[in-house]
Design a protein around this ligand. Structure first.
Ligand SMILES: Nc1nc2c(ncn2[C@@H]2O[C@H](COP(=O)(O)OP(=O)(O)OP(=O)(O)O)[C@@H](O)[C@H]2O)c(=O)[nH]1
Ligand SMILES: [Mg+2]
Length: 457
């Protein structure tokens, strides 16, 4: 039997409305001690899911605290699947905390971060991936991020994972049937069918795992580092993208010495864009530290904007850039296209096989639209083949483990190893799916997940 918890669920501060939530077996009894409906009744017995207007009064002395609206949600049709009372008061810090004090004084306990959602999970109203999606929905900063989390909250991801789970359980059942009747063994046909079942699930898992890259960028944003030799126009480009004079621009190479990080929004993606010190083969002492920071920024970036000065021939500093950015996901940008071209672009592109450059002038702000489109496409890396997006590292980790277990199972099957052996790996994969969905969980894991939540959620 759980106790009754309460919290202010709207953010701290002043606003039109401040909402308090009470959840647990005593929710209604507690509220009845404090709430006095406007329509005189002998004993207040609210119908569930209806809104009542009235007053909160301090039971000790009967002083008026606020005029409020009260709603009673009867279990199990409530956020937590327990009895819930919500009180909409005026949104003031003093008023809401005063009402919360009264509720606690009447016997409720202060809710911990995420505890309402945790109860919704523990009472079986939602599974664990749906509970996590609540945090994603609240944190969403764009339409796509919201859609990805709503898909999870509405159970589309759960439905898919549950389906995979059931299919793996069916495979295990077949394997066990063979274990029980060893004289028959795993007939060739049956083994082929099992292999197909396992491969089918594994293929779906691959697509989901792959979707995490996009899901993460959509929900958390991407880091884009502008890198190039001194004077290539990196700071000018940062300023052009921000549409403000953020970074100092001078004709002297070596102007920027430290990292400058700013946020821009490119369509529906949040980007942290980083301007850096120019890469120079023979830096002055004071530049060395800056170049080290450029390297660090490059290492941590999801995309390197490789900036070349098209009005100058390729030099040793450009060579350094080519070496430093090798193996990075990149977008090649040719700057200063307002000046006569002196860069041998054909030779350069020959060394950057497959890269499609964008020609701009950061100073004249030409072709920035095409650059922005290219950044967007490159960061997202094309349309995902999977419409559902994974957005949580925890889900991805479990799927990767599940996928590996299925590979082992497939190999064992191919080698004709014993059914017990194969079943063990298929079971391990199913357990991973179970951990995403919360079929299996530890209190520690729940603590970790719900501590990320705010109080009142
Ligand atoms: N003509 C022309 N000049 C540009 C363009 N972009 C930048 N410049 C000029 O190039 C010089 C260097 O520009 P910055 O933006 O400071 O270059 P940077 O890459 O940040 O240089 P460092 O910080 O020293 O590494 C300045 O005089 C700019 O006005 C451009 O598109 N066309
Ligand atoms: Mg600069």
């Amino acid at each position: 039997m759980s106790d009754t918890i309460a919290a202010i669920v709207t953010p701290a501060g002043e606003g039109g409305v401040g909402l308090l939530r009470i959840s647990g077996p005593e929710a209604l009894a507690l509220a009845r001690g404090l709430f006095h409906p406007a329509e005189a009744v002998v004993s207040f017995a609210p119908s569930p899911w209806r809104v009542y207007f009235g007053e909160i009064r301090d039971p000790a002395g009967g002083t008026l605290v606020d005029e409020v609206l009260l709603t009673f949600y009867k279990a199990p049709k409530s956020f937590t699947a327990e009895d819930v009372v919500e009180i909409a008061a005026h949104g003031g810090m003093y008023i809401t905390s005063r009402i919360l004090d009264l509720i606690v004084g009447a016997g409720a306990r202060l809710a911990e971060p995420g505890e309402f959602t945790r109860r919704a999970f523990q009472n079986g109203r939602i599974d664990l991936s749906q509970a996590e999606a609540v945090a994603g929905v609240i944190a969403a900063q764009s339409e796509r991020a919201l859609m990805a989390s709503l898909d999870q909250l509405k159970g589309r991801l759960s439905a898919r994972l549950n389906d995979q789970y059931e299919r793996l359980i069916a495979v295990i059942a077949q394997l066990e049937a063979s274990i029980d009747f060893p004289e028959e063994g795993l007939k060739f046909q049956k083994s082929e069918a099992l292999k197909n079942d396992i491969d089918g699930v594994a293929g779906e898992m691959d697509a989901l795992i792959e979707s995490y890259r996009q899901g993460k960028i959509i929900s958390e944003g991407a880091r884009v580092a502008i890198v190039g030799k001194p004077n290539a126009g990196k700071s000018s480009l940062l300023n052009a993208l921000l549409a403000e004079d953020r970074a100092i621009v001078t004709p002297h190479p070596g102007t920027t010495r430290d990292l400058i990080e700013e946020r821009v929004r490119i369509r529906d993606i949040h980007i942290r864009i980083i301007d850096s010190a120019g890469l120079r083969k023979h830096p002055e002492v004071i530049e060395e530290e800056g170049i080290e920071r450029t390297r660090a920024a490059l290492a941590g970036a999801d995309l390197a904007l490789m900036l070349f000065d098209a009005s100058q021939p390729l030099d040793e500093n450009d060579e350094l850039l080519l070496a430093e950015a090798a193996g990075k996901k990149k977008l090649v940008v040719l700057n200063k296209c307002d000046l006569p071209e002196r860069l041998d672009t054909a030779a350069l592109l020959g060394r950057l096989a497959g890269e499609e450059p964008v020609r701009i002038s950061a100073r004249e702000q030409t072709n920035l639209g095409a650059l922005v489109d290219a950044i967007h496409d490159r960061v997202l890396g094309g349309e995902a083949r999977e419409p559902l997006l994974l957005t949580r590292a925890r889900h991805r980790e479990q799927l990767v483990d599940a996928r590996q277990a299925l590979s082992r199972a497939g190999d064992s099957l191919g080698q004709g190893l014993s059914e017990e052996f194969i079943a063990l790996d298929v079971d391990a994969a199913a357990q991973c799916l179970g951990r995403i969905l919360g079929k299996v969980y530890s209190e520690d894991l729940l603590d970790e997940i719900f501590n990320e939540f705010c109080i009142g959620k």
